[in-house]
Design a protein. Structure first.
Length: 329
């Protein structure tokens, strides 16, 4: 996963998402509700040593307010640690969803199958981009296919096993082909020179990705409560619902990454001249010259040897004169 994907979470994964904090509370509430359904409170009898589920409840009630306070503190600690663990898992979730899987034989075979499936989907999208009729619906389907095709890279060697991996690879490929810039090398300094509007757009898109990535382990974690259900039929229906939530969460992450890649590409398109000025590189004058100049700039950032470059530092703006006092010309 390149610096673009890392930039999705590095500055924002340290923030505690309020929405995810509520989701973690919901996760534990689901477990408590399922436990209570399995063991109704009315069946608890602290006078019986063999009362089901009475050990913890009676231990709390025997110590009065102190027991309730300790139990509340422990419960809050569990919720906080769970929320922080979910935030900590976000980068790993994005790594897995982008196709950075362990190099083991079963996953290698599965990755090859997924690459072939995406190659076939890309072929169908290319065919759908050319409508055979002037029908309005056909034209709309062609436009939709064109948008989806943008999130696939050209060539076979760059295809990835996941939708997110292909979207990131396609963005890196277009930036290099259009501007000659290596996205992994230029991304961090570019973000430093963009204006506040572009930075806000990127931060908003990144926050959405982080929040949705945190929802994936939350949805998967709901499977832990499956044994609390009373019947196998209920367990099967509950597990199927949880798996559906995981699938929807992964699809939501992919959609958010698509939007973030579009924002990143727009940032290069609009603000790349600021990157040249900030680094003192002469601005390119033509499209062909830009690709060559972009490659030289990427070599400079990679600290590789390159021909001497005459830096072109822009003059600082002149300070504006102070406004005249009232009554003075």
């Amino acid at each position: 996963m390149g610096d673009l994907a890392k930039g999705l979470v590095e500055p924002l994964a340290r923030r505690w998402s309020r929405a995810m904090g509520g989701a973690v509370v919901c996760f534990w509430l689901v477990g408590v509700v399922l436990h209570l359904v399995r063991t109704p409170p009315g069946r608890l009898d602290c006078g019986r040593d063999d009362a089901p589920g009475a050990d913890l409840v009676c231990l709390v009630t025997r110590h009065g307010g102190f027991g309730v306070g300790v139990a509340t503190t422990v419960a809050l600690g569990v919720v906080v640690v769970s929320a922080l663990l979910t935030v900590w898992c976000a980068p790993g979730v994005l790594n897995l969803l982008s196709g950075a899987w362990p190099d083991v034989p079963p996953l290698r075979r599965w990755a090859r199958r997924r690459v072939e499936a995406h190659r076939e989907r890309r072929r169908k999208l290319v065919e759908a981009m050319l409508p055979t009729t002037n029908d309005v619906l056909a034209v709309r389907r062609a436009a939709t296919a064109s948008v989806a095709r943008r999130h696939y890279p050209k060539g076979s060697a760059t295809l990835q096993p996941t939708r997110i991996g292909n979207a990131l690879a396609a963005t890196e490929q277009r930036v290099e082909e259009r501007h000659g810039l290596d996205l992994e090398l230029c991304w961090r300094p570019l973000v430093q020179v963009v204006d506040q509007t572009a930075r806000t757009r990127l931060e908003t898109a990144s926050s959405l990705i982080v929040a949705r990535a945190q929802a994936v382990p939350f949805a998967a974690g709901l499977l832990l409560w499956t044994p609390l259900l009373p019947t196998w039929r209920a367990r099967g229906a509950y597990a199927a619902g949880c798996l559906l939530l995981v699938l929807l969460a992964c699809r939501a992450v992919a959609e958010a990454v698509d939007a973030y890649c579009d924002a990143a590409e727009d940032t290069f398109l609009v603000h790349r001249t600021g990157l040249y000025r900030a680094l003192g590189f002469p601005l390119p004058t033509t499209t062909g010259h830009e690709r060559d100049q972009g490659r030289e700039l990427s070599k400079y950032l990679a600290k590789r040897s390159l021909a001497p470059v005459t830096f072109d530092w822009p003059d600082p703006p002149l300070p504006s004169p102070p406004p005249a006092a009232p009554g003075q010309p």
